[in-house]
Design a protein. Sequence first.
Length: 231
Amino acid sequence: MILAASMGLMLLGGCGEVPYSLTDSEQNIIVDYSAHIVSKYNSYQKNGLTWVDFAAEEEETETPPEDTQAGESEQPEEAPEISGGEAPGEAESSLQKATLNELFGQQGIAVEYAGAYLTDSYVQDTYYALYADAGKQYLVLQIDLQNTAGVDVSVDNLGLVSTFHAVVNGDLEIPSEMTVLLEDFAQFRDTVAADEKRQTVLLFQVSDTIPDVASLDLYVTMGGEKYQIIL
């Protein structure tokens, strides 16, 4: 009878394993993971997990509002004064001004602005064409590189790492287009033969509602400095 009772206790008592005890850090990991899974599949959770300082909220709730004296009406806080936006030329009045030749010219190479025009597309030697986006048109700035030396001169504008912006008819600044054109002035890297003139361009996409170029301001950033170019 004693043997039968002992065997019954062993069979009904299971394997006798002690339940696994979690440390505080392990419990925190499980809680964080569970919260992450819930927020991931919650359609109302737009920004993921957000830490909420409940202690701070309780302090704010418990803080009683200041009593106002009888007969005194609460005065609304004055709204901060909002200044109007500066015109494109006003913010740039303190910039250094220089010509294209002063910034990009070198021994034997003279750089000169040669005009600007608007067009729906730009074609390079009849074999490569760029088309403006819908509702846009190209503003094409023409820049000539003139070899004034009696020998070939290498030009490397690409190495100067310059970025151009234009303001057309007093509108917002527009960055120049990054192109693969051989005559792209900002990317130009080639040898200009003795006494040769090379025509290069800068392209900007502007609204197709602009009928003509009444005014044009050109800016360039290079070497950590921004310059207003005198055209």
